[in-house]
Write a protein that binds this ligand. Structure first.
Ligand SMILES: Cc1cc2nc3c(=O)[nH]c(=O)nc-3n(C[C@H](O)[C@H](O)[C@H](O)COP(=O)(O)OP(=O)(O)OC[C@H]3O[C@@H](n4cnc5c(N)ncnc54)[C@H](O)[C@@H]3O)c2cc1C
Length: 450
């Protein structure tokens, strides 16, 4: 951990998309870290992941090689005329909405290029960009403590090891324990993730079979909708497979553990009665396992002293906008740039404040928006109801705000904030500091909590 060149020691908990991206970004800034992972090896949960233009831009700014390598594994829509479409919106009932005169709605943008990948392939790419020996496997953290302002962070592992570092970045996912370390004292009600009143069934179908059943509908990204239900599907693995996520709205609380739950095939099939027969046939490739969707709609701070949240531990989102991992990549960009400026351990606090001030308003906004979009896609939004045109139009207004965000501008704001606060720390009152903070924000970046 660390070297004589680096004035602070840094641990990252969890080498998921967020943790690996941070480590790649740190390497580019000549900063070092050690990543700790509970599992004995890398293990990608889930199948496909869609990444928008903001996520791709973040990758490029983190490390251009990362973006180039992702280019080699990404998959767009198969049809040339749908390259600029995120999804086509259709009805899930017999005839995909055509019986009620619906011809399909396009969510996209002329500058948008559809891109998705298999998670495993994405993590493989990211792994190759992390220096050998950075990730320590089989190291489950069981306790985090920090003593006093500016004191070391103590990490205790399940195997009895104890490590002290100047700072810890918790990239340990939606259920990660760093969330407790950051929020328990001040916001205990925000520690546990909240049920997003949705569960999903997931599957991967060989494209040949999907095409045999669906025809050209299998080849591009589509979202079939029905009241309180939905079915998203898009090509992955260079078009050899179709990724399926079938959504069920659940008005009841999720009882028991926040974990997937096996059900009988009959129970799963019963959920899709009324769907077009083509979609029902695809259920042969869908696992009868309910995955509850949880999220963190409110996170009043991402920092507590020298412990910081990044990725899903900070802002796990429901997946309606396919934007959750992209927010983790944006976090990694801003935090790595800030840590690259730190010249002594006592500057870490200001760097983390700058990160929280710049990243939290945007990331939390994406979580909230995603929840609302989910309601629209379940056809129960109070304004749009089951009007597919209205909800298509709405998505076309919302998504560009995520996709075309000025990330270089964010880095600049963070950097200026850091430089100014670094010099002023200790000389200004908290009130004055908050005024400084406000002056750094563009109008669209109003902090949620001050
Ligand atoms: C159904 C679904 C579909 C989605 N689709 C998309 C999409 O299309 N596009 C998109 O951008 N996002 C999507 N997302 C969101 C995306 O998957 C997540 O935002 C992203 O994977 C989170 O990455 P992470 O690195 O923050 O956390 P994780 O991937 O959860 O990684 C956390 C890591 O920390 C480790 N860890 C945890 N606790 C400890 C401990 N105590 N000690 C040591 N190690 C520990 C874990 O083992 C794990 O490796 C989707 C999510 C879901 C549920």
């Amino acid at each position: 951990m660390g070297s004589h060149h680096q004035p602070f020691s840094l641990a990252i908990l969890g080498p998921g998309i967020g943790g690996l991206a941070l480590s790649i970004g740190l390497r580019k800034q000549n900063a070092q870290c050690t990543i700790y992972e509970a599992a004995p090896k890398f293990d990608a949960v889930g199948a496909g992941i869609g990444l928008g233009p903001n996520a791709l831009k973040a990758m490029e700014l983190v490390d251009p090689t990362f973006a180039k390598m992702y280019d080699a594994i990404k998959m767009g829509n198969t049809s040339k005329e749908r390259q600029h479409e995120q999804i086509e919106i259709l009805g899930a009932e017999e005839g995909f909405g055509s019986l009620r005169g619906w011809k399909g709605g396009s969510v996209g943008h002329e500058r948008f290029e559809r891109s998705s990948a298999h998670r495993k392939a994405l993590l493989e790419v990211m792994k190759t960009l992390v220096p050998e020996g950075t990730v320590r496997f089989g190291k489950k953290v069981v306790e985090i403590r920090q003593e006093g302002k500016g004191g070391k962070v103590e990490m205790r592992f399940g195997d009895g090891d104890v490590v002290f570092v100047d700072a810890l970045v918790g990239c340990d996912g939606i259920k990660g324990m760093t969330r407790r370390a950051v929020l328990q004292d001040r916001y205990p009600e925000e520690v546990a993730a909240k049920y997003a009143n949705t569960y999903v069934y997931r599957g991967i179908a060989p494209m040949e079979e999907a095409r045999a059943i669906m025809g050209e509908y299998a080849e591009d990204a589509r979202w079939w909708m029905m009241e309180e239900k939905g079915w998203a599907m898009y090509p992955i693995s260079e078009g050899r497979e179709a990724n399926i996520v079938a959504f069920i709205m659940d008005r009841k609380p999720w009882v028991g553990e926040q974990a997937s739950r096996e059900v009988s095939r009959e129970e799963m099939l019963a959920e899709f009665v009324g769907y077009d027969k083509r979609l029902q046939r695809l259920l042969d490739w869908v696992k009868p396992v309910k995955w509850p969707l949880f999220h963190h709609p409110d996170t009043p701070t991402y920092i507590n002293g020298r412990v910081v949240l990044l990725g899903d531990s900070a802002h796990a989102s429901s997946p309606s906008q396919a934007a959750g991992a992209g927010q983790g990549l944006e976090d990694a960009l801003v935090l790595s740039r800030l840590l690259g400026l730190v010249e002594s351990a006592d500057q870490l606090d200001v760097a983390f404040q700058a990160y929280d001030a710049v990243r939290r308003p945007r990331a939390q906004n994406v979580v909230q928006q995603s929840l609302e979009v989910g309601t629209a896609y379940f056809l129960v939004h109070p304004e749009f109801g089951n009007d597919l045109q209205k909800l298509t139009d709405d998505a076309n207004k919302r998504l560009p705000l995520i996709w075309w965000h000025d990330l270089e501008g964010d880095c600049k704001i963070a950097k200026n904030y850091f430089r100014e606060r670094k010099e002023q720390s200790g000389t200004k009152t908290v009130l004055q500091s908050n005024c400084i903070l406000r002056s750094f924000f563009r109008k669209d970046m109003i902090p949620l909590v001050q």
